[in-house]
Design a protein around this ligand. Sequence first.
Ligand SMILES: Nc1ncnc2c1ncn2[C@@H]1O[C@H](COP(=O)(O)OP(=O)(O)OP(=O)(O)O)[C@@H](O)[C@H]1O
Ligand SMILES: CC(C)(CO)[C@@H](O)C(=O)[O-]
Ligand code: BAL
Length: 280
Amino acid sequence: MSAVVRDVKDLRQHIVPWQRKGQIVGLVPTMGALHAGHMALVQAAKGKCDRVVTTIFVNPTQFGAGEDLDSYPDTFQDDLALLSEAAVDLVFAPTRQIVYPEGFATRVEVDGLTDMLCGATRPGHFDGVTQVVAKLLNMAGTDHAFFGEKDWQQLAVIRRMAADLNFSTEIQGVGIVRAEDGLALSSRNAYLTSAERAVAPALNAALMEAAHDIRSGMSAAGACAKASEAVLSAGFERVDYLECRDAVRLTLADHPDAPARVFGAAFLGRARLIDNVSIF
Ligand SMILES: Nc1ncnc2c1ncn2[C@@H]1O[C@H](COP(=O)(O)OP(=O)(O)OP(=O)(O)O)[C@@H](O)[C@H]1O
Ligand SMILES: CC(C)(CO)[C@@H](O)C(=O)[O-]
Ligand code: BAL
């Protein structure tokens, strides 16, 4: 069974001796409700590091009012079983009190990259992400930390923060794990009814089609408008955004000649699904 620690002193008591022995340590931050996407991060960490630490913490500061903080799926015992099976060395599962003790008053905000896409419709979301990730990186002090490309914007924001604030942890991105029908795995997929689950792959299909249209010479705006229609016709209730953007700066890219991606977010039942695909 992987060891589980709740506070920072115990976390450091495991990690520091490993590092003193010259072992490379990797961190995999999660909010739990683990699936094969998370386990790909764990495997990437195991491939690069001697020791792997996974964190499980549903961070309240990245949820907006009316979002699903109180109903976020909690499968802690199953998560521990999966992490133990993968021989993860340590699980850090702090309480809210440990992460945000009485008197906590510090914010960590990245400008620019947080204004668009998910940042536009989830105001304050990325401030909560950078706040907690800054804390987790400092608490753990690992050599590497692994984040998924499903949350491409989150990864870009975290890379910016780590560079701007001289974090010594190297940020590593890991490719998107999908179901066979193309749906990106996500903890919130658990909210989908079976009828909605059948509709859900339409988001990825539409993004792939838009990428193909753009490669074939269609304007990005035209391809994205067509893809939004396809998502709605498939049965999604609302498209939050569907846009072609530069992969690094996240600026709009109408006729991309540099690496660009199509990003989409759309609402289906209780779930808001996100995905992104490369154009080239
Ligand atoms: N399908 C996936 N492929 C690759 N990485 C993933 C995938 N799903 C989640 N991750 C990564 O796992 C890490 C933890 O994510 P989190 O615990 O929020 O899970 P999630 O499935 O993204 O949940 P949610 O449904 O709430 O967005 C993040 O770095 C995220 O990008
Ligand atoms: C990076 C993260 C664990 C911070 O709470 C979260 O945003 C997530 O799971 O993607
Ligand atoms: N994986 C992203 C975390 C969130 O939506 O809050």
